[in-house]
Design a protein around this ligand. Structure first.
Ligand code: BTN
Length: 231
């Protein structure tokens, strides 16, 4: 695996999309000036965090399996966090939390062919030693905060890259869910709908009960909000 190390970049995902054409190349930046989050949000990427993107190329990768890319990234992050003795949970679809606060976000950008996925850029932002801005302190955390000490960023990166090489299943992902059976909100462009979260399907949809009816929701349609947590 080749690692391209950058001091500062707008976004490692953007760099990957523009300049990386081969599998097995990872782009890492010390900080991003316009880190990208999901749904057009920005992702604060100050020095001390781990910001990586890797390009994956596929042959005949069905659209229906795109959630497996997310599963792999989320479980790899959870395993990495766990290896430091810190207990992670996932918040559908792509966030990893510790003690109810976000420690990592994942942004997967796929390039699609006629009926399949050609490439995806898997971008992962993990709060390691970075100082969180005041406005995020209530809802975000870092490995440093959880451990009470700084960690070697290179070691965290290497553990994550090793874990990203493995294959995980939806059952592995669900093992990190702690909100099945709970009342949650589904955020549909700012409108909050009450639901009970029941399951996550292999295709990535959230199975939930809304007004007594079982529904399957895709992550493109709605975001999950946990009632007991601030996120
Ligand atoms: C989110 O939580 O909304 C997703 C955040 C994804 C952030 C990572 S950091 C590395 C890669 N480069 C980006 O610009 N974004 C992703």
């Amino acid at each position: 695996m080749k690692i391209i190390e950058l001091d500062e970049i707008d976004s490692t995902n953007e760099y990957c999309k523009k300049y990386v054409f081969d599998d097995d190349i990872v782009v890492v930046a010390e900080r991003q000036i316009s880190g990208k989050g999901t749904n057009g949000r920005n992702f604060v990427s100050d020095e001390g965090g781990l910001y990586i993107s890797l390009l994956k190329k596929y042959e005949n990768f069905d659209f229906a399996n795109t959630f497996s890319i997310m599963i792999n990234a989320c479980v790899a992050v959870c395993r990495t966090v766990e290896s430091y003795g810190v207990k992670p949970t996932v918040k559908w679809a792509n966030d990893v939390l510790v003690n109810g606060k976000k420690i990592c976000g994942t942004l997967i950008e796929n390039r699609l062919g006629a009926d399949n996925v050609c490439t995806s850029v898997v971008g992962i932002g993990l709060n390691v030693n970075n100082e969180l801005p005041d406005e995020l302190k209530e809802i975000a955390t870092s490995l440093r905060e959880q451990k009470g000490r700084k960690l070697s960023l290179t070691m965290v990166r290497n553990r994550l890259l090793r874990n990203l090489k493995k294959q995980y299943t939806v059952e592995d992902y669900k093992a990190y869910v702690d909100w099945f059976g709970q009342e949650v909100y589904l955020d549909c462009n700012g409108e909050l709908i009450e639901a009970v979260a029941l399951d996550v399907d292999a295709d990535g949809s959230l199975v939930c009960k809304i007004e007594g009816e079982i529904k399957k929701i895709s992550s493109a349609e709605m975001r999950l909000r946990l009632k007991c947590k601030s996120i």
